[in-house]
Write a protein that binds this ligand. Structure first.
Ligand code: NAD
Length: 235
């Protein structure tokens, strides 16, 4: 493709794998040893708040032991040097894009380093453990929960993301299995809008056939090479 001006990038757990964060569907389809429905649904939060809060406390604590990798850093270079529009949409709840320095960034599935009040909707940065029943500083209800978008809940900033996709020239998906909707449907929206579509993933994904170009390999190698090509006009 020639001179893409507006770029939307979608990242998933695969971009953080080389930093040492487990992807969603590891061996046996478990996430860090848990069934997804036990830690990632509103029903689970109601049924066993201790388990769900503890799960995210551990994931939050684990962030102190990992660092952004070459793929996160390459996307920061693109963010800094790309004169056209750019939006990095991540499904990841880790903070590696943030810590690397990406600025044009949206966390569509929430963030480990954030808390949400189930009563008033207030969201605020949070570090350390978050025991169930913690009081919200805004409304005082004992209703703070991890700011994670569970299955069945509406992801953040969907309107802004869809607008960006509808006006992009290039849509790039990195390290995502293409199994979790609505993110898995973004490539169709981009195609509908006439954008070129590129997938960078370790293996063929559920959505590979929907991309114009699908490159297989580790994000830490593929992403820096792709960013170099875009910034030098060779993509
Ligand atoms: P997923 O685990 O379903 O898929 C990850 C994809 O990344 C797979 O297709 C895999 O082949 C690929 N992959 C693995 N290692 C890679 C590498 N080194 N380079 C490139 N690709 C690699 O993850 P998903 O599609 O993001 O969906 C799962 C959901 O789980 C997301 O909504 C996310 O919120 C959540 N999640 C987040 C994190 C995180 O924040 N790091 C971790 C696990 C799960």
């Amino acid at each position: 493709m020639t001179d893409p001006r507006n770029i939307v990038i979608l990242t998933g757990a695969g971009i953080s794998a080389e930093s040492g964060i487990a992807t969603f569907r590891g061996p046996g389809g478990l996430w860090e040893g848990h069934r997804v429905e036990d830690v990632c649904t509103p029903q689970a939060l109601r049924a066993d708040p201790d388990l769900v809060h503890r799960f995210y406390d551990l994931r939050r604590a684990a962030l102190t032991r990992v660092e952004p990798n070459a793929a996160h850093h390459a996307l920061v270079r693109l963010d800094r040097d790309w004169a056209g529009d750019l939006l990095l949409v991540t499904q990841n709840v880790d903070d590696l894009h943030d810590r690397a320095g990406s600025r044009r960034l949206l966390h569509m599935h929430g963030e480990l380093k954030s808390r949400l009040c189930a009563a008033c909707g207030d969201r605020a940065p949070h570090d350390g453990d978050l025991p169930p029943g913690s009081a919200c500083p805004a409304c005082h209800a004992p209703a703070l929960r991890p700011d994670i978008v569970f299955f069945g809940e509406m992801p953040y900033a969907m309107e802004r993301i869809e607008d960006a996709i509808l006006s992009c020239d290039l849509f790039v998906s990195i390290g995502t299995s293409g199994a979790v909707y609505p993110a898995a449907g973004f490539v169709e929206l981009a195609r509908h809008a006439g954008a070129a579509t590129l997938e960078l993933n370790l293996e063929r994904s559920a959505g590979s056939a929907r991309f114009d170009d699908s490159r297989l390999g580790a994000a830490g190698t593929l992403v820096p090479a792709w960013v170099d090509a875009v910034l030098t006009g060779a993509a």
